[in-house]
Design a protein around this ligand. Structure first.
Ligand code: SF4
Length: 366
């Protein structure tokens, strides 16, 4: 017999809580990178250069089913541009049918045509937004991409899908943060900010050379100042980490690989994309996705400035400010209640299980 979504989520939250109490790993929040292919060639991103083998639809479905059986409560889909795969929406529908909170990262170019279907299975759409049109279209090297992003945000909100944006910050848009926050207020989305990295898969390469620690301190100060009057997604713990650049935190203590992780297009299971070249990680297609998760080696390094990863790590580490911020997001009018769950039920679960509600309110990006 298949349990209703809310019962399955409650069971998964309880399983997570037990694992956390025992300090055991538990695959709760998983990112599925469906492809590294992309229809854009953004200035700061080298992901498309790594495009290669991809699992079939059946293999991705098997991965989702296995991890959902093992307690996965959150399934995030990204790329590259995930919607380049014709089965992307089908896989999101499948994860939703397994009772997971679902999110999708997209550059927004092809997204609008899928929204009617996504409205039935997607809890949060995460789109890239690098500034007003004169910045966004230049960084993204695609005229008209800003207009499409705004259009897709409006169309998603009309359909009741929560929206978050990720803005990758560098010298090209550092001065435009407040304009992005104005857009967030106008259109009703959560805004996340993170500095550009030099190499998307190599932590050691460090940040984009145009970024210095002073810029990150300024960014942290401005976002801290804006929290009270604009929908800033990140919580204060992330800003504290930004202020400690370039040693943001400690990868060996990060909960990536413990409570959240990433399934790469070919089935490799890694803590996060920045550390994927560090270890000899297992491929879920060969050994099973749960085993590949549980046997993952611990990453090392000075932490990172990827905002949704940090938010997940802070929540799983039970940082009080991150948990409160996540509850705030979950309760906000910008965030509809999960499918099949009334807003009252969300409120009640927030009071009885703040951390599990918090986890469902987190956005993430690849
Ligand atoms: S701190 Fe960042 S780079 Fe390090 S393991 Fe965690 S998510 Fe990965």
């Amino acid at each position: 017999m298949r349990l209703p979504v809310s019962a399955r989520m409650a069971g998964r939250s309880a399983r997570l809580a037990l694992a956390m109490a025992r300090r055991q790993a538990q695959p709760y929040s998983m990112v599925f990178v469906l492809t590294n292919r992309c229809n854009f060639r953004c200035d700061y991103c080298d992901i498309p250069a790594s495009a290669g083998a991809e699992m079939s639809t059946a293999e991705f479905r098997a991965a989702i089913a296995e991890l959902a059986d093992a307690g996965m409560g959150r399934a995030a889909f990204g790329g590259g541009e995930a919607l380049l795969r014709p089965d992307a929406v089908e896989l999101i529908e499948y994860a939703k049918a397994q009772g997971c909170f679902t999110s999708l990262n997209s550059n927004g170019w092809k997204t609008e045509r899928f929204l009617d279907r996504l409205a039935g299975c997607l809890d949060m759409l995460v789109v890239s937004l690098d500034g007003p049109d004169d910045v966004h279209d230049v960084v993204r090297r695609r005229r008209g991409s800003y207009d499409r992003v705004i259009r897709v945000i409006q169309a998603a909100r009309r359909r009741g899908i929560a929206v978050a944006t990720i803005s990758v910050i560098g010298p090209w848009n550092e001065q435009r943060v407040e304009e992005i926050l104005e857009l967030a207020k106008t259109h009703g989305f959560w805004s996340y900010f993170q500095p550009a990295y030099l190499d998307c898969f190599a932590h050691d390469a460090g940040l984009h050379p145009g970024i210095d620690p002073a810029m990150l301190v300024r960014l942290a100060d401005r976002l801290t100042d804006a929290i009270a009057r604009a929908p800033v997604g990140s919580s204060p713990g992330f800003f504290d980490r930004l202020r400690s650049a370039p040693h943001f935190s400690d990868c060996s203590r990060c909960t990536a690989g413990k409570y959240f992780a990433t399934v790469m297009p070919d089935g490799l299971v890694v803590p996060c994309h920045l550390t994927m070249e560090q270890g000899s990680y297992l491929n879920g297609r060969e050994v099973g996705f749960v085993r590949a998760f549980l046997e993952m080696s611990r990453p090392s390094g000075p932490g990172c400035a990827i905002s949704p990863y940090n938010e997940s790590d802070l929540i799983f580490s039970l940082d009080a400010r991150a948990v409160i911020a996540a509850v705030r997001r979950a309760m906000s009018s910008l965030r509809p209640a999960p499918h099949g769950v009334t807003r009252d039920a969300v409120r009640s679960s927030a009071t009885t299980s703040a951390s599990s509600t918090a986890l469902r309110g987190t956005a993430r990006s690849v």
